[in-house]
Design a binder for this molecule. Sequence first.
Ligand SMILES: *[C@@H]1O[C@H](CO)[C@@H](O)[C@H](O)[C@H]1NC(C)=O
Ligand SMILES: *[C@@H]1O[C@H](CO)[C@@H](O)[C@H](O)[C@H]1NC(C)=O
Ligand SMILES: *[C@@H]1O[C@H](CO)[C@@H](O)[C@H](O)[C@H]1NC(C)=O
Length: 590
Amino acid sequence: MASSASNLWVLLGLGIAGILIMTKKLKQAVKADFGAFIERLQLLPPPQPLPPKAPHPLTGLSFAASDVFDIEGYVTGFGNPDWSRTHEPATRTCTAVAALVDGGATCIGKTVVDDMALSISGESKHYGTPTNPASHARIPGGASSGAAVAVAANLVDFSLGIDTDGGVRIPAAYCGVLGFRPSNGTVSLSGVIPVSPTLDTAGWFAKDPSILRRVGHVLLQVPFAAQRNPRNIIIADDCFRLSKVPVDRVTQVVVKSIEKLFGRQVLRHENLGDYISLKVPSLNAFNVKQCNGKERTSRITLLANVMQILKRHEFRQNHNDWINSVKPTLDPAISTQVHEDVQLTDSEIEKGHSIRTELRSAINTLLKDDGILVIPTFVDPPPKLGAKEILSEDYLIRTSTLSSLASMSGCCQVAIPLGIQEKFPVSVSLIARHGGDRFLLDTLQTVHASFVEQSNVAANSKSSTNAMTPEASAEMAKEKGNQAFKDKQWQKAIGCYTEAIKLNSTNATYFNNRAAAYLELGSYLPAEADCTQAIDLDKKNVKAYLRRGTSREMLGYYKEAMEDFRYALVLEPNNKRAGQSLDRMKKLFQ
Ligand SMILES: *[C@@H]1O[C@H](CO)[C@@H](O)[C@H](O)[C@H]1NC(C)=O
Ligand SMILES: *[C@@H]1O[C@H](CO)[C@@H](O)[C@H](O)[C@H]1NC(C)=O
Ligand SMILES: *[C@@H]1O[C@H](CO)[C@@H](O)[C@H](O)[C@H]1NC(C)=O
């Protein structure tokens, strides 16, 4: 009787009664644990239900939680010793941790977070920087540094972190593990210390995509939907161009996997900055001066600036009183953020709000229910430990640039490791619409093995060829051009074909395609010149004759135009367009 009563307690999530808790401070063992843990403890799951009921979904898995999640009986430290000193132990365990334990997982400890979960570097002056298992000389990334490291070092099966402006996605990418940021509002934050409540989410790390997904099933408060394949996968070319590291390998891995799994017709390329500029008018109106007086050219960088401003504003609203009364010792990495006086007028707050709602509906419209947006997870490789740049505002903005897309829109994102390149981990991210969390986790499960396989292929071929051949790069540029052409973006298409021609100037198709785009723009002279080039390279190119004929007709060179159409008819006697054009011009001369 007693045990069924306590079972009920647990099931209702009212407390952790009946759960054995033991604790062990880990002062000297820190190195052995890669410095990931603040405190060891043990929250055991309730007994398995009796058959025929299914066992708990997370049976057999261990996890840790960043030190912002309340666990009954422990002080939640928030990465700052003065915070720990001035706060009482939590009186109940937060909803997320309780749900995971109820779901069958065992919580084994609390992990290090950046000071007040504000930084993005993972360097902690207070508790020591957890060691990045993927690259010991480089920072692990934050705010949820210890949680990422605990998974990367195989100390737990999964872990919980806080993601405000990249706090799960960045350390996942730096440490080479999977990291998931749910759509905002879909995982309970009750019992989690707020950083900036409207940007905050509780995310999680794992190495195994099926564990990432199983955790999602327990935590996500969104309806189940039938599993389906993505019908629309959009590669944000401009986001990849922001990256300082060579990204060809990353896009190749993604493109090859997608083509193999879903067919090439689902793939599209998009310039996200242009799209945002069009669909998020409030961003264009945002006073750039607010962004530390620095002009920001890229729309997405501007988005990151706005996010940092809103984040600080909300952080102050929550924590200013404590900071003023306690005057805590702060990590140098966050002191600017804490002390800079962000004064936002009501209208600026209003604008920030409009930017977010517009962005969310723009991305939802772009992706609908079955679309995926592909971006790199970060733009610069993780800095070396102790590098000066880590403390700079510029580093914060650059590093949170691509994170701002999901943070500001509230959409969900998963960061996927793609192996090691030039000694640091590479990561690509998939984003789905707000509320598309289960679809995203299902998609990850579908694509993961292929991503791993393709990135191994790429890593191995890299040593022999070192890069893509010019022919392959030219073909890729042409594909982008065709996509732009399909989207009626003529100028962009011309740019892509020009790039293809630069890479391989002996392929008739590139000239011929560029001619088609020039024709659409009414630029008949360059169109004619391109057709001539194409014909020189390929004497039997019917399309090139037709296009040159049209250009010449528009330019008034009727005789030459008629010759072209006649020749096209020689090559292809049944060509309707050639026949009609010829008839039309013959009439002109009657
Ligand atoms: C979620 O994100 C949206 C869009 O960015 C924002 O407007 C909203 O306030 C957020 N909701 C919560 C509950 O934080
Ligand atoms: C020339 O272009 C066509 C069409 O894009 C392509 O199929 C072919 O492989 C290209 N040839 C070379 C050698 O790159
Ligand atoms: C370009 O393509 C042509 C055939 O379309 C091929 O003969 C040539 O070797 C290719 N490579 C370069 C670098 O031009």
